[in-house]
Design a protein around this ligand. Structure first.
Ligand code: FDA
Length: 971
């Protein structure tokens, strides 16, 4: 970016020259190209039409029959020609294939060589990008590696015969490789995860090194693409480390893409320049603006993270110019490859290069296949080297690429759209970005009353360091000894409950005092005593207490996550998500209580009507171990803020994390008796508490058997009991995900794997049934099994852990027994192996059953482990009926690209939480109120607008203010 008027004049002058050449060249463009442009312009005239059209294009290659194509045309575009499905389908397929051919150079190597020959005829160099499906398994990563190896093996030989063209085959230092291949690191490892940089680098490098070796041997160049922001640090790290290895250190044919829409571009370039100086051999930097702008802004907004990209297009353009200047000035260290179709960005580069005395051969321009062809030709006429990024691959796997290009060409901010479709005047297009009118800072949204706690961003080194430190500190502490907490008193008993680390079954995490029936009575009495005062504490003060608890949990989040990792074998992300959810519950219910406490009523003249909510009384909270902090905290927070002191009965497997919650209340200033902590053996103290006449309400989350028994026991009033107990029970599920014929299998496989095997299938929301339609059954099953086999089984403290152990020995036995039983009814299509870890902890690898009869126990009974049943459905009707055909109705999911089937599922897939085209776990407080019905629960969704009311008693007070015909104001 320049502030020098003379230089800016020169930039505009070069820009005008390019435009003049482009206009001249455009006179000779083919009529078909003009039709393409007209189609593009038509699609853009209406944003809704554009979005529907692109969604249709996205799913077309996965449709298998004319009828299917015609149905989707009807659903997306509302075009219907009864009786002419084949013609309609053929026309649509022709149109989309044409579009694909515009942006995708070839579908295999032979055709790629032809396309390259055609490019060379136009004096254009190239780089090949291999299109492919998202890599969800190690076998798919192997396949990608084979394709890259084949490319660097065969391509250089196939190009050797071409006559040298100095414009594209030489740079200022001499000959450059003709074969140039762009590589995406995420295609080389299915578990690519910045949270696990060590493991990821190791796996990626194992597949990358042979590619580099062969490329070097055969004289090809390798350029690493840059993907989403979360992968950036790790991609740079891998690039710098591998090209510093002895074998590759003096190899100049290495490059990496850097994105100018990121705020950190210049820092990254400086880092690369320093690295190059140390290396002693320059590398190439391909400067792009960045292809994931929408994705980055959405991900940041959803997670409450800072937005890593500029949100004003002019800032990206200005940053691009600054980065280009940096590269030109440091071209002895980093060879500049300027990848842009924007005439202003290109002209700015050229003007700076001239001012610095850089030779044309020192700078390369790069553009995408099928885009801005006239600009490419104009630059060639001006004797500049232009390289074309040429995607190669079949249409179905290439669809994501095609849709990205369509969006890029038609985006409101696109230079190509502005210049060649909207026909914005040249002078405006060439204007210095720092002078361009900034988009008004997006109308500040009204502050939301409640915002979710942002998840930890593990792509940051600082987050990973904090987690490592917390885990180390926790294990250094040794076994903790934990008392009961009743009315503020710490009480040790003569019984111990041992909390075992499921990842290492010989390690005891904590010894907790076990409560007896007598302690249970004392805890209820303490809650009853505290109730008298706590109910009258203003709602605002009770809400403040919850906010303080949330602050404490936030302050200690790494320490708490470390406890969960050890005590419940929650992997890193899941442990943090649990802590964040606990914080959310506190803040959300605090906010809700303040709303419920606002004056409400319906007055009429002479009559005042006042409605209010009153506390119920001592509450018993019985929580499970699978969300050991969040669920306990959520139920307790609702009770406490509603004015009901609580007796907390945590699961026997997770007493330590529960103690931390009780201590947080203490530190936050909860009066004695408002929160009583009572670990104990469920069978011993459970019935005493449930049947106690002074318990006013019970909030339970756990198994169906226990939930129904509590419901039964608590419904019968005891002597001295003067109230009906309010019972909230959240129980299990047998959750199904339907995979429709037109589902995007990249997403469906990843979504089902995450839902079925995340936390070893021990979430109540987990997917235990995949109901698959015939057209995708075989492909889905094959990819799913490969993906399940690729999950790393490891102790929960390992950042690479994708599958940890199950919770305890009893669960381990029960799940293995279910596997054995399942073999009688269905085909065990995949049985993973935990290997030597099986001796260390309670590990069970993923298991997948196929051909599961919908009514078999495998398909109807909750198992709570990493077992997935694949059920075949005849059609969508059958799929819905199978999905609904169990006694549970908790969560459910659908992967489909049919608007009509999505609408049907919304109506007819009857579960508490239905997720469409995403995983079915991970509900967020305030966004996805969570809970089911049928035998999954009584319809009280936690973290939703109705939940708190269940902890309160509504009252209405009416006052007649008429006195002898005179209506006085109320006092
Ligand atoms: P133009 O000037 O129209 O800029 C469009 C770009 O501006 C958008 O793509 C976005 O980056 C940015 N933008 C849009 N709206 C914005 C807003 N409101 N605020 C701020 N910025 C906004 N991409 C990538 O991410 N990784 C890669 O590895 C590669 N590799 C690659 C290689 C080659 C050879 C080429 C030509 C391109 C890539 N790309 C890429 C894609 C590249 O990012 C994309 O083509 C360019 O961003 C388009 O920029 P132009 O300068 O051509 O257009």
């Amino acid at each position: 970016m320049t502030t020098d008027p003379a230089l800016d004049d020169r930039i505009r002058q070069i820009g005008r020259e390019i435009f003049t050449r482009v206009a001249e060249l455009a006179r000779f463009s083919s009529p078909l190209a003009k039709i393409d442009d007209a189609m593009m312009a038509w699609s853009m005239r209406n944003e809704r039409r554009k979005s529907r059209l692109f969604r249709f294009v996205d799913c077309l290659p996965s449709l298998r029959s004319c009828e299917e194509i015609a149905r989707h045309i009807r659903e997306y575009l509302h075009i219907s020609v009864p009786g002419f499905s084949p013609i309609l389908a053929a026309a649509a397929t022709f149109g989309v294939s044409r579009m694909a051919r515009k942006f995708i150079a070839a579908d295999d190597l032979d055709h790629a060589v032809k396309a390259i020959a055609e490019l060379r005829r136009k004096r254009l160099a190239f780089t090949v990008d291999l299109l492919g499906e998202a890599v969800v398994s190690e076998s798919e990563a192997d396949q990608f590696q084979r394709r890259y190896l084949e490319l660097v093996e065969l391509l250089p030989a196939r190009l050797a015969g071409f006559v040298e063209d100095p414009l594209i085959d030489r740079n200022a230092a001499g000959a450059i490789p003709r074969a140039n291949v762009s590589v995406k690191l995420s295609s080389l490892y299915s578990q690519f995860d910045p949270m696990n940089p060590g493991g990821t680098s190791q796996a990626v490098l194992a597949r990358l090194r042979p590619i580099l070796r062969l490329a070097r041997q055969n004289g090809a160049m390798i350029n690493l693409d840059m993907e989403q922001f979360a992968f950036k640090e790790l991609t740079l790290e891998i690039f710098k480390s591998v090209f510093m290895e002895d074998e590759f250190r003096d190899w100049p044919a290495a490059g990496i893409a850097i994105q100018a829409y990121l705020r950190c571009t210049l820092d990254d370039l400086k880092g690369l320049a320093e690295w190059s100086e140390r290396r002693g051999t320059p590398a190439c930097v391909r400067l792009v603006k960045g292809a994931y702008w929408d994705f980055e802004t959405v991900v940041a907004a959803q997670n409450g993270w800072p937005i890593p990209v500029f949100i004003d297009k002019a800032q990206t353009d200005a940053n691009f110019e600054s980065a280009a200047v940096f590269l030109i000035e440091n071209r002895h260290l980093l060879r500049p490859a300027i990848a842009s179709h924007n005439v202003r960005s290109i002209a700015a580069t050229l003007a700076h290069a001239q001012r610095c005395g850089a030779k044309p051969a020192e700078i390369e321009f790069q553009m995408l296949f099928g885009m801005a062809d006239a600009i490419k030709s104009a630059l060639v006429e001006m004797n500049h080297r232009v390289r074309v990024y040429a995607p190669v691959g079949r249409l179905l796997p290439g669809m994501a690429y095609l849709v990205r290009r369509l969006l890029e060409n038609t985006s409101n901010e696109s230079f190509l759209r502005a210049g060649f479709i909207d026909r914005v005047p040249e002078e405006q297009l060439l204007m210095n970005p720092i002078l361009r009118k900034r988009r008004p800072a997006s109308a500040a949204r009204p502050a939301r009353a409640f915002a979710n706690e942002p998840p930890i961003d593990f792509s940051l080194q600082s987050s990973r360091d904090s987690m490592e430190r917390a885990i180390a500190a926790f294990s250094a502490q040794g076994c903790a000894e934990v008392p009961l907490l009743i009315s503020g008193q710490r009480i040790f008993t003569d019984q111990w409950i041992e909390s075992i680390n499921p990842s290492h079954k010989s390690r005891v995490v904590a010894r907790c005092a076990g409560a007896s029936a007598e302690h249970a009575g004392k805890a209820v009495a303490a809650a009853k005593t505290a109730f008298a005062a706590w109910r009258d504490v203003p709602a605002e003060d009770r809400a403040d207490l919850l906010d303080r608890v949330a602050d404490i949990l936030g302050r200690d989040r790494f320490e708490l996550a470390a406890v969960e990792i050890a005590e419940c074998a929650k992997p890193w992300r899941e442990a943090h998500a649990d802590v964040a959810e606990a914080i959310d519950f506190c803040r959300y219910y605090a906010w809700q209580m303040r709303q419920l406490a606002l004056p409400a009523g319906a007055d009429v003249p002479g009559e005042l009507n006042h409605w209010e909510y009153e506390s119920r009384g001592p509450a018993l909270v019985i929580a499970p171990w699978n969300f050991p902090l969040a669920i306990l905290c959520g139920m307790a927070a609702a009770a406490v803020v509603a004015g009901n002191p609580v007796v907390l009965k945590p699961a026997e497997q997770s007493p330590l994390i529960a103690f931390h919650l009780a201590r947080a209340y203490e530190e936050a200033g909860a009066p004695p008796g408002v929160v009583n902590y009572l670990p104990g053996v469920g069978e011993e103290i459970g019935p005493v508490l449930v049947e106690h006449p002074d318990i006013a309400m019970i909030a339970f989350t756990g198994s169906r058997g226990v939930g129904l028994s509590i419901n039964h026991l608590a419904s019968r009033p005891r002597d001295n009991q003067d109230h009906v107990k309010r019972i909230i029970v959240e129980m299990g599920g047998k959750n199904a995900v339907i995979i429709d014929e037109d589902a995007d299998l990249d997403e469906a496989v990843a979504g089902v794997v995450a839902s079925a095997f995340g936390y070893s299938g021990q979430k109540c929301s987990a997917c235990s049934r995949a109901v698959v339609l015939p057209g995708v059954r075989d492909a889905f099953l094959a990819r799913l099994i490969d993906a399940a086999a690729s999950l790393k089984i490891a102790p929960a403290e390992d950042p690479g852990c994708r599958i940890g152990p199950v919770i305890d020995a009893e669960a381990h036995r029960r799940i293995l027994a279910a596997v054995e039983r399942g073999k009688r009814d269905a085909r065990l299509a995949f049985a993973g192996d935990a290997g030597p870890l099986a001796e260390e902890g309670f590990y069970i690898a993923p298991h997948v059953f196929a051909q599961v009869p919908p009514s078999s126990p495998l398909a109807t009974e909750e198992i709570f482990g990493p077992l997935l049943s694949i059920i075949s459905a005849r059609d969508f009707d059958d799929a819905l009926s199978i999905a609904n055909g169990v006694q549970y109705a908790l969560t459910g999911g659908l992967f489909s690209r049919s608007p009509a089937n999505i609408a049907r599922a919304r109506r007819e897939f009857r579960v508490g939480n239905l997720y469409i085209n995403r995983q079915i776990t991970g509900a967020l407080v305030g966004r996805q109120p969570f809970g089911g019905f049928k035998l999954s629960g009584a319809g009280t969704q936690a973290g939703g607008p109705d939940y708190l009311r269940h902890f309160l008693m509504p009252r209405c007070i009416t006052e007649n203010t008429l006195r002898h015909g005179f209506a006085a104001d109320a006092e």
